[in-house]
Structure formats: C-alpha cells, structure tokens
Design a binder for this molecule. Structure first.
Ligand code: EPZ
Length: 426
C-alpha cells in the first residue's frame, strides 16, 4: 500500500498547472457511448476514476487509443451488449452515468449500483425518476439496476433536490429522446456546462446548461468530435487553499477564475491575498489567517468538494469558524484524523465548529475519501514534523500527480510503499 510521507512547515511557492476536471471528464467519457462516430478527448486527467470509466467502455467492446497521457480516442461503435461489469461499476460513482448513456443509445442498460466516496447515503432515486418520466421502466435486482424502454419521449422533469448526477443522467437520456425535454431545478456546476458543450459540439440541441432550467430537443445522430475538457475547479481550489494554509505564494495556472469565485471570496475573507488573471490565480498569505464560517451549497455556492480542505486550513486560523455541509450527511469523517494533528474541532450533525489552534503537529493518518485525503495532505504540509498519509489510493482517484505538483512548489512529500520500506529494513 502506498502512502505519502510529508515533512511539513514549508510555505508552498511557485507555479502549478491544473489538470482536466475529474467530474466533467467522467461524464464526457461515458457520453462517448452516445456518439455515432469516434471522439478524441483532450485534457483528460490521468487519474484512477478515469481509468475505471475507460475500462468499463473497453470491457463492453469499445476501442480505446491512448494518444498521449491526457488524450484518448474512444470509438464505442463496437459495444453491442449494454451491461456494465459489476466490480468496475462499484469502483466509482460515475459508473451511474452509464445508465443514462446506455439507455439513450440502446433503450436498455444493466448497471450495478455505483460505488464512489463514502459520504453517507447516496441514493439514485432522482436519476430513476428522470428515466421513468422519459419512458423507461426500472428494476433493481441483486444490486444491479436494469432499465428498459420501448422508446424515450421528451417530457418535463422536475428534480426534488439539486443533483449533479441526476441532471447529467437526465441529459444523457433526453439527448436521444423524441421531442423536447425540460429539466427544472437542474444542477449548475461547471461540469454540466462542459458536458452540454461537448454534446452540442456533436450535434445535440441543449439550451440553458448552467441555469436551473435546461431544455433539450432530442436528435437521432451525434457525430464524432475532438473536445478539450475544462480545468478542474476543485483541484485548483485545493492548491489555492494549500498555498494560503502554508503561508505560501503560488500561481495556480490553467484555471477558469469564474468557476472559483466562491473559493476566492472565502479565501479573501480568511485574510489571504487572491489575484485573478485570465487563466491563472495568484494566492499569497502571510501571518495568521482569520476565522471564516461558511455553508456548502450547490454551484455557484461554496462546493462541498472543497469543504474538507478549507476546514483544514481553518484549524490554525485565529478564532472560531463554523462550517455546515448539508449536501451529504457524512462529510466530516476526516475530522477524527485531523484531531491527531492537534486540531480542535467538534462535529454536531452536519456542522463543524473549528477552534483555531496555534499550530498542527505531524501525525500518521488515513485518507477516508478523495477530498478528505487532499485535506490530510494539506494538514501535513501545514504541520511541524513528519506526517504519514495512508490509503492514498483515495487521493489518486481524483488528483493527477499531486505529490509531483506539490514537490515542484517546494513541498517535502515522498511516496513510499511498504515494499520499499521492507526492502530498506531488510
Ligand atoms: C457529484 O456527485 C460529484 N461526483 C461529487 O464529487 C460532488 O460532491 C457532488 O456532485 C456534489 O457537488 C461526480 O461528479 C462524479 P449529487 P453526485 O447527485 O452526482 C442527494 C468529489 O469529491 N441525491 O449532486 O453523486 C445526494 O444524496 C465528489 O469529486 C438524492 O437524494 O452528487 C446528496 O445529498 C464526491 N437522490 C445530494 O443529492 C438522487 O437521486 C447531491 O448529490 C441523487 C442525489
């Protein structure tokens, strides 16, 4: 098992380039199933969740060509059986996107219930509601969701809650349905807009992505295109917060500053200096940060995917911060690990109260999920002494070369595995 060993207490300094957005890329890779011709995807992050999605396509019969580490050619015309392999589906949340894309193309799909980060209950009732409204029937048997439709007919879908995955799946099915679908109370995250741009470039007719009403007129044919995925706002936010948390001075490049406004705003409130350029954000901080309270909300609110990293930064801020994360019911599991660094945090339900301490000291901790893992790496960078972050496979699911990128910013972070250690001891 690999782990990160971090000797903390050094400010991050320099430039870091952000990779393609995980949560856009997983949807766009799955969307290749809807294309009637091969597609070339650029700026695809080299991360584990993408490996899983590409493997699902390959196992179902798609032809995949890795052009370079961030560019993939996908030809899904060879897929004839719309069945996603069990173990692969359970390896990530985005496997649920194969429900929508397979249904759109084959009018049927068999997809095991998706896996992904354990953030509490993650139902798919809204996805199923959307499929049902468009004319599909579903059954769940032995952990496998099966969908079938004679045809898909455009209709009005009102989501009871704002759901990213539900909105994306509804878009997939509606793109190939007959007539007009109107999705109301839709999610507005950057990946929804990126997916709509990708589908529209193939010939889809989608309007309103990025607002809470998306209108989709179904089409019969989607051509192949070459498409570049947007930069990852959460990866960018993670480096911004790491810079501020370590009293660093970092230029985060290849970003869309508009996607980062809620993070920029809160960093400024905490006392960091944040400067925006066209495709770059400069974050600098000196001295102690200030208490900052926030609530996570669907986009354009503060993203739940940045909550653990930002809360970690606040553990050494001056004063008491109150953080509420209502998006998922269990997104504070990392707090137990943070306490090992000496952080003073209490959690009541979906609210954490963080009493700033003067410093963190290194500890051995376990990543409990992807963003929790990133938060623990930030804690290790902030802390004096040595930190070991175990179970880093969670982090590899969504961050491309995080250790290399941090080393280039001056961090003392090394990847070790038990085999290396055993060899040294032996
Ligand atoms: C996406 O998850 C992201 N995952 C998550 O990113 C992100 O945290 C989340 O959106 C919120 O922004 C991907 O894009 C692959 P939701 P998703 O449907 O689609 C409830 C990361 O770290 N809900 O918007 O699963 C749900 O339980 C991750 O990169 C239902 O009740 O999130 C939650 O409380 C982890 N019924 C809320 O809605 C449903 O049918 C929002 O979930 C669907 C969701």
């Amino acid at each position: 098992m690999e782990k990160f060993v971090i000797h903390g207490g050094k400010p991050l300094k320099g430039e870091v380039a952000v990779s393609g957005a995980k949560n856009a890329a997983v949807a766009i890779v799955a969307a290749a199933i809807l294309a009637d011709e091969p597609c070339v995807l650029e700026n695809v992050p080299e991360i584990q969740d993408i490996n899983v999605c590409v493997k699902i396509l390959y196992e179902m019969g798609a032809s995949i060509k890795i052009i370079d580490k961030n560019t993939i050619r996908i030809d899904t015309r060879g897929i004839s059986d719309p069945v996603v392999p069990y173990e692969l589906a359970r390896a990530c949340r985005a496997s649920s996107y194969f429900l929508g894309t397979l249904l759109g193309r084959f009018l049927k799909a068999d997809v095991p219930m998706p896996g992904g980060c354990d953030l509490g209950d993650r139902p798919i009732d809204q996805h199923l509601k959307a499929f049902n409204i468009l004319g599909a029937r579903h059954t769940i048997d032995g952990g496998v969701v099966s969908l079938k439709a004679d045809k898909l007919i455009g209709s009005q879908i009102y989501f009871d809650i704002v759901t990213v995955g539900g909105t994306i799946n509804a878009m997939f099915a509606a793109v190939k349905a007959e007539g007009l679908t109107v999705i109301e109370n839709a999610a507005k995250e950057p990946q929804i807009v990126d997916l709509a741009n990708f589908l529209n470039s193939m010939g889809a007719d989608i309007m309103g992505a990025g607002t809470d009403v998306i209108k989709i007129r179904g089409v019969k044919y989607l051509r192949g295109v070459t498409y570049g995925i947007i930069p990852d706002p959460i990866e960018a936010g993670t480096y911004m917060v790491a810079a501020a948390a370590t009293k660093g001075d970092v230029y985060v490049k290849n970003v869309i500053p508009k996607h980062l406004e809620s993070i920029t705003d809160k960093l400024r409130k905490a006392g960091a200096f944040v400067e925006e350029f066209d495709e770059c954000i400069h974050v600098k901080s000196e001295g102690r940060l200030m208490k900052t309270s926030f609530k996570t909300l669907p986009h354009p609110g503060f993203p739940t995917d940045m909550q653990p990293q930002f809360s970690t930064m606040l553990t050494t801020a001056d004063g008491t911060s109150v953080v509420t994360d209502n998006i998922f019911d269990n997104r504070f599991r990392y707090v137990n690990e943070l306490r090992r660094f000496g952080a003073d945090i209490t959690v009541e339900g979906t609210t954490a109260v963080i009493q700033g301490v003067s410093e963190l000291s290194g500890a051995t901790v376990k990543a409990t999920d992807l963003r929790a893992g990133a938060a623990l790496v930030i804690a290790g960078l902030m802390a004096s002494g040595t930190t070991v972050v175990e179970e880093i496979y969670h982090i590899e699911r969504g961050y491309e070369n995080i250790d290399e990128k941090l080393r280039a910013l001056g961090a003392d972070i090394t990847r070790v595995n038990d085999f290396d250690k055993a060899r040294r001891v032996g």
